[in-house]
Design a binder for this molecule. Sequence first.
Ligand code: SF4
Ligand code: SF4
Length: 131
Amino acid sequence: MPFTKTEVDIREDYTVEAVDPEWLKQGVKSPKHLMLDPDNCILCRACEDVCPWNCIYMLSPSIVEDAGDDSVDAEVGAATAIFVLDDNACTRCSVCVDRCPTDTLYYARLPEDSAGKREMAAVPTSQRAQA
Ligand code: SF4
Ligand code: SF4
């Protein structure tokens, strides 16, 4: 039987209200963080594009100047892109994990002695997706 709009019970008493930011702050986030496996990434930037909260930035290594740390300079100098994630804004919604075409993104706990840092390693330029 064909569907007709008249069969839908349309409510007219719904009021749209803004979500209370204080209530949102009470949400419990997963203790796991988003991680990237450089062996699989093809630098397609789909994750950056799809994040509803604009948490992911794939930046040019040229933005880093005078890091003042030889190891950082060496790492950045060899990088094709710098993957920056705003952990505070990230809601762990998994949209980027689902969108990634190569299963590069996953969640994991940071090692206790990492002081909040995580090693992403380098993504070889040869893996970059063809435009
Ligand atoms: S898990 Fe969700 S909020 Fe976090 S970076 Fe991915 S898409 Fe953005
Ligand atoms: S969507 Fe996946 S393959 Fe593409 S840039 Fe992001 S992590 Fe890399």
